[in-house]
Design a protein around this ligand. Sequence first.
Ligand code: NAP
Length: 237
Amino acid sequence: MNDPTKIAVVTGANRGLGLETCRQLARLGLRVVLTSRDPAKGQAAAEALQGEGLDVRHQTLDVTRAEDARRLDDYITAEFGRLDVLVNNAGVFLDPYNPPGNSVLDADLDTVRRTLETNLYGTLQITQSLLPLMGGTGRVVNVSSGMGQLSEMNGCCPGYRFSKVGLNALTRILADELRDSRIKINSVCPGWVRTDMGGPGADRSVEQGVDTIVWLATLPDSGPSGGFFRDRQPIPW
Ligand code: NAP
């Protein structure tokens, strides 16, 4: 329990930005718990990183399932006794891009609800469960999107946009409530990244996409809290 190695949990980490975040954090010497909703995919991803000589282990976590959150809480408590970093990365983009259905007036409410269930309520649930393990210090990174910026809000994709606006509100609320602690919580836009979600035409690699995520996850005590960042710079809400 006196081991100084920092413990990190990353959600939605069997592929894309979550997987690369695990790799980069482990390369920096953190002990990483790679979580995924599909046990086989998560185990395979963790084994691939172990094959690179990295300290990564897998736990199953569907962020929408309260029993998964409790089981992860029990595992972290028993195994490490504390948590230092939580990267809330798991996310879905369910809105159709093309008509019909991409206008807010046509939006399918079930699609909107399912998006919020994962991107916002799931993230809230995991944060409620794991934050007490931080014991007054720690780093929480909420992987948001420029599509959640009210200052640049355009049409299309209401479910995803609502979810990321809500996630940014969670960042602000929590940062205020925790202002007397040493916990830092920030939102990040990774940019448009070549993952399954971003597609092959996106202009950033996963390595570029996770740079600011990893930076926020490893901020020094003098670092910011309650902000929204892209390319390590503050951006408007
Ligand atoms: P991705 O390749 O589609 O990966 C999404 C990950 O989230 C997958 O591992 C997926 O698991 C997981 N996930 C979905 N629902 C989940 C749930 N209920 N519980 C646990 N895990 C769940 O997407 P990505 O591009 O890496 O995106 C990661 C984050 O970055 C998301 O929050 C996204 O909104 C944000 N983002 C991405 C971009 C971009 O251009 N790529 C831009 C801005 C923001 P399965 O494999 O089981 O589906």
